[in-house]
Design a protein around this ligand. Structure first.
Ligand SMILES: NC(=O)c1ccc[n+]([C@@H]2O[C@H](COP(=O)([O-])OP(=O)(O)OC[C@H]3O[C@@H](n4cnc5c(N)ncnc54)[C@H](O)[C@@H]3O)[C@@H](O)[C@H]2O)c1
Length: 374
């Protein structure tokens, strides 16, 4: 660790903390310290997946002084990234020259302190299978994808663990999740995230690696709760968008978000997760950001559904992975298996899979039996 560097960062932070306007105002000061890591330790990080989140994190880590190598399954994507130094869905983000790209998954996995899984949920299993031969025993793996596998009901860290076990390997797995739009991380907006693992030392190493002047990382041992939140909140965000598409207002959205959190927490409790996780950053934090932001593909898809656009056209228009739709079958099955009522998940499922009318689905939620709040 370089003690001088740490003092320099602390002084700049102290100056900024005395001037609350400086985040938005003094660009010069902000640029000088943006993204600077806090430990001074440079780690070797392999990033699997070169989509918006993988590339926003790759840039952030490189700017914090880490050595980053990015792999994609799509060869033409690697060619494009190498040639343009731009991710096509984050056109304003310049990719630092120090980031290297590879078409060989081996290169992004071998001799790394951390390997990051940043592919959408449907590709996590195949990516873990392809990576497994090159991951040494005890490798720290970080999953940032959000979802639950439909046929196994595994969280994505469990999917990775399953593939590694089949290959005779064992890793230290961490889930990194929270209210974190790539579009905002790509321009160094202050953001928070949770590093979750039963292996608390691994969670701390990931905390140290990802923490910088723009990204604040908290640890949490409840990895199952964190991953459940990440998958379920996308379904609630689809519903929230649908309300906007129907022209409903803030009362309706606040009700949906709060009652959505109530059903997420009910399921989490039944599955043995920590209730506090659901009111934390990976739970309420991520639900708020996903259910209210135009950066959210789930929210945007919901808006189109609410406006009467058919599902396939809505997905086509959004143009990127819509994890809320991927998560629906597992959420329905978990609700059935743990006998937990999840009326909003049911309503979204009826709209998505049975073509139910969105306004009718809202009416159905409003006309449920009288209940006590909790
Ligand atoms: N975008 C965000 O702001 C954000 C934030 C937090 C978490 N996440 C989660 O991270 C995950 C990835 O999201 P994203 O926004 O980067 O998605 P994306 O749609 O931008 O990712 C697409 C990428 O997936 C990879 N890919 C495509 N086909 C593949 C295949 N067959 N095998 C392996 N990889 C393949 C490619 O690198 C492609 O660029 C999702 O689960 C998402 O919920 C995203």
């Amino acid at each position: 660790m370089n003690p001088d560097k740490k003092i320099e960062v602390s002084a700049a932070e102290e100056k900024r903390s005395m001037d609350p306007a400086s985040f938005a105002g003094e660009a010069k000061d902000r640029d000088r310290i943006a993204g600077e890591g806090q430990t001074g330790i440079s780690r070797r990080v392999g990033v699997l997946g070169a989509g918006t989140w993988g590339m926003a994190l790759a840039r952030m880590l490189a700017n914090s002084g880490h050595q980053v190598c990015v792999w994609s399954a799509l060869e033409q994507e690697i060619d494009e990234l190498n040639a343009t130094r731009r991710q096509r869905n984050l056109p304003d983000m310049i990719i630092p020259d120090v980031i290297t790209f590879t078409k060989q998954i081996k290169e992004a996995c071998e001799d790394k302190d951390i390997v990051l899984f940043a592919v959408p949920s449907p590709f996590v299993r195949t990516t873990a299978r392809a990576a497994a031969p090159y991951l040494p025993m005890g490798q720290i793996l970080v999953d940032v994808a959000k979802g639950i596998e439909a046929d196994t009901l595994f969280t994505l860290s469990e999917v990775i663990e399953d593939e590694l076990t089949k290959a005779g390997r064992r890793a230290r797995i961490v889930a990194l999740s929270g209210p974190t739009h790539a579009e905002e991380v790509a321009v160094d907006m202050p953001t928070t995230i949770v590093s979750a693992s039963r292996d608390i030392e691994a969670a701390r190493i990931v905390q140290d690696t990802f923490m910088n002047t723009c990204m604040r990382v908290y640890t949490n041992p409840d990895i199952r709760g964190v991953e459940l939140c990440g998958a379920l909140k996308n379904i609630i965000a689809l519903a929230s968008g649908a309300l906007t598409g129907l022209g409903y207002g803030d009362n309706t959205r606040a009700a949906l978000i709060t009652r959505g959190m109530a059903e997420m927490t009910r399921l989490g409790r039944a599955m043995g997760c920590q209730e506090e996780t659901f009111s934390g950053l990976a739970g309420m934090g991520d639900l708020i950001v996903t259910a209210t932001s135009m950066h959210s593909r789930n929210n945007r898809t919901g808006i189109l559904l609410g406006k009467g656009v058919p599902l396939d056209k809505a997905i086509e228009e959004v143009g990127m992975v819509v994890e809320g739709i991927n998560a629906l079958p597992a959420a329905k099955e978990l609700s059935r298996r743990y006998q937990v009522e999840m009326p909003i998940v049911d309503a979204v499922d009826r709209v998505v899979h049975e073509g139910a009318d969105v306004r009718e689905a809202v009416y159905g939620l409003m006309m449920r039996d009288r209940k006590r709040e909790w």
